[in-house]
Design a protein around this ligand. Structure first.
Ligand SMILES: C[S@@+](CC[C@H](N)C(=O)[O-])C[C@H]1O[C@@H](n2cnc3c(N)ncnc32)[C@H](O)[C@@H]1O
Length: 203
């Protein structure tokens, strides 16, 4: 099954709170975005945002220029329906990040649990090409991946697990690590998943 079909199936068959990565409140993503110190008018893209509540929380916190990109059109429809009229203030992109050509630049690129699905080096290189094109110097690249003691799979797919050092190698020396820490995500079925959180700044 190709990856688009996989993710369309996930979001067509499971409710947002039934997936392992569900967060009622995206505390860590908000913390990392606040750490950037960007203005509330900054352009923020949530890459592989899926049906995450992050866009809702960003709007509630006054961020006015938010884009949500996901491979799954079904995921975007779920999020749009939840937001109702507020969805008109969000830019929606149904796209595969490994073949994405940004049409604008962003101050913040946020990715929670997306990059770690890229098990092919070629896909990771293409992802980083898009990130470099999207982020101007001083732009922030936020990534949350499974840590070394995190699960080897998510949603039935293999993942690559990272330390901050390994992520730095992937993003390359065009980015400087500004902060990193580990954290636990508790899944809806009370499982514990160990994450690595990193914020890089584009040189
Ligand atoms: C584990 S979910 C995380 C969703 C969201 N970031 C969150 O924290 O709730 C992974 C998401 O990445 C999306 N995705 C997977 N591969 C992708 C790709 N190549 N391009 C864009 N989105 C992708 C999936 O559709 C899914 O919504």
């Amino acid at each position: 099954m190709d990856r688009k079909t996989h993710w369309e199936n996930v979001y067509s068959t499971l409710k947002p709170h039934e997936v392992g990565w569900y967060q009622a409140y995206p505390e860590m993503p908000l913390h990392l975005i606040a750490s950037t110190g960007v203005d509330k008018s900054a352009a923020i893209i949530d890459v592989g945002g899926g049906a995450s509540n992050l866009v809702d929380a960003l709007q509630e916190n006054g961020y006015s220029d938010v884009t949500v990109l996901d491979l799954s059109a079904a995921a975007l429809e779920v999020t749009k329906a939840r937001l109702g009229q507020a969805s008109d203030r969000v830019k929606w992109l149904a796209a595969d990040i490994t073949s994405f050509t940004p049409q604008q630049q962003y101050n913040v690129w946020h990715d929670r649990a997306v990059f770690h699905f890229l098990t092919e080096a070629e896909d990771r290189l293409r992802y980083m090409e898009a990130a470099r094109a999207a982020l101007p110097p001083g732009g922030h690249l936020i990534m949350a991946t499974f840590a070394l003691d995190g699960p080897p799979q998510c949603s039935g797919l293999d993942v690559v697990r990272y330390t901050p050092e390994r992520l730095q190698q992937e993003v390359g020396d065009g980015f400087t690590l500004a902060e990193s820490f580990g954290g636990l995500h508790i899944t809806p079925s009370q499982g514990k998943q160990s994450y690595t959180f990193c914020r890089f700044i584009r040189n």
